[in-house]
Design a protein around this ligand. Structure first.
Ligand code: ATP
Ligand code: MG
Length: 431
């Protein structure tokens, strides 16, 4: 059987957990649409070159996490490890950035060859948001305000916001040099990854998760002291906007992205409830990326929410996902009744208001079908038997209240069912 098991690090999402996913995804989608963001869907594979150029060669993702293949034509393609690259590629390809601003979102699976553990998978899912063509700190603030609302909507309390500014690429150059000198002076303490990064990208060392390096990293020079005036003003304005909006944050000077075209605002929402996989959402400005990929210089900022971690956090909060149950379960005993059942069910679904109807499939006697009706969560059962077929009637049996069942003409079913739903969610009182 082992060859019929899922690939390591790639999870099946099954009921009832899939209901939580639907709720979380629908909440995010609704919120983003309300804020004026539009959906884009881009392919799950892109040319390998795109990721190398947009994520950067000296990163964990490109160095060791990508699923890269040759297609049958010998072209190197990669399963997307993140969404920004593909979205930016699509924007450039379709001319969406010429004198325009875009507020986009996208969602779907991402692939990284990591060591699988709780909160860290090889196929995982992100909700990704990108705002392109916006230079000012207002959009930075909006993204964070929107996220704060999202956590509230989902009833998630244990996340906190960390922000930092990386300044501009120019202002980082001196910092980079000083940082490299600092780490070179402690070369003996560095691990292999960090040594390799020392020359090419010393900022990435600050990202290291190696516990043995944390003390050394804590003593490193801080970027804040190297900041240019314009970036400082941008950051101060962002902070003022967040303060005004009542969004709490902590400035974490260690929060970095080691890529040249990332700059200014970076942020992360973290939780202490998920063990060591505590980052739920991460993002930042990448004003240099579009021009780095050969397009016209376009300021941009975005973030990605890790859905596995968010769903886990949602589950820990103990709020059950809204459970969708039918209003009506149609029980049909006998051939004539089975044939009539679909017509009755479809008519109930056509009505205004429309009922949510589950029809018994798979046969079964009266008792077995009533058991299924009960388990479905339906409020009433509509029972069709040979007698009813002959007389053009149906029995309406309330399943959640001690109320007598009632025999009515098929044409009167909707009127007979309606009072039993009164006061339930989605069913206003009858006039
Ligand atoms: P980490 O430091 O946890 O490896 P990262 O910096 O690689 O995260 P990003 O590339 O910023 O993560 O991705 C944004 C979010 O996607 C993360 O904050 C996290 O919630 C989620 N994420 C990243 N990698 C994985 C993974 N392998 N499995 C599940 N979720 C992930
Ligand atoms: Mg990672």
């Amino acid at each position: 059987m082992s060859e019929l098991q899922a690939i390591r690090g790639m999870e099946d999402i099954l009921p009832p957990v899939s209901a939580i996913w639907q709720h979380v995804e629908a909440t995010i989608r609704g919120l983003l649409l309300d804020y004026g963001y539009q959906e884009v869907r881009v392919p799950v594979v892109e040319r390998t070159e795109l990721f190398k150029r947009s994520i950067g060669e000296v990163t964990d993702i490109v160095e060791k996490e990508m699923y890269t293949f040759e297609d049958r034509n010998g072209m190197s393609i990669t399963l997307r490890p993140e969404a920004t690259a593909g979205i930016v590629r699509a924007c450039m390809e379709h001319g969406l950035l010429r004198n325009q601003r875009q507020k986009f979102f996208s969602t779907g699976p991402m692939f990284r060859y990591e060591k699988p553990q709780k909160g860290r998978y090889r196929q995982f899912h992100q909700f990704d948001v990108e705002a392109l063509g916006y230079a000012g700190p207002d959009i930075d603030a909006e993204l964070l305000i929107l996220l704060a609302r999202l956590w509230r909507l989902l009833g998630i309390r244990h996340v906190s916001l960390q922000i930092n500014t990386l300044g501009t690429a120019e202002s980082r150059q001196m910092y980079r040099a000083d940082l490299a000198t600092y780490f070179r002076n402690s070369f003996g303490q560095l691990d292999e990854d960090s040594r390799r990064r020392l020359d090419r990208n010393p900022l990435r060392i600050l990202d290291s998760k190696n516990p043995d390096l944390q003390a050394l990293i804590a003593g490193a020079p801080q970027l804040t002291q190297y900041l240019d005036g314009a970036s400082e003003a941008h950051f101060n304005e962002l902070r003022a906007l967040l303060d005004d909006a009542g969004v709490a944050y902590a400035v974490n000077p260690r929060l970095v992205r080691g890529l040249d075209y990332y700059g200014r605002t970076v942020f992360e929402w973290v939780t202490d409830r998920l063990g060591s996989q505590g980052a739920v959402c991460a993002g930042g400005r990448y004003d240099g990326l579009v021009s780095h990929l050969g397009g016209e210089s376009t300021p941009a900022i975005g973030f990605a929410i890790g859905l596995e971690r968010l769903v886990e956090l949602y589950s820990l909060a103990g709020v059950p996902a809204p459970h969708r149950t039918p209003d009506v379960y149609v029980v049909a005993v006998g051939d004539g009744a089975t044939r009539l059942a679909f017509r009755v069910a479809e008519a109930l679904r056509d009505g205004t208001p429309a009922f949510r109807v589950e029809t018994n499939c798979g046969g079964g006697g009266f008792k077995a079908q009533m058991k299924r009706a009960d388990r479905s969560g339906a409020v009433v059962a509509v029972i069709l038997g040979e007698d009813e077929v002959a007389s053009g009637t149906a029995v309406v049996k309330p399943l959640r209240a001690e109320v007598e069942q009632q025999k009515v003409a098929v044409a009167e079913l909707a009127t007979a069912i309606r009072p039993h739903l009164q006061g339930l969610p989605g069913w206003p009182p009858l006039a």
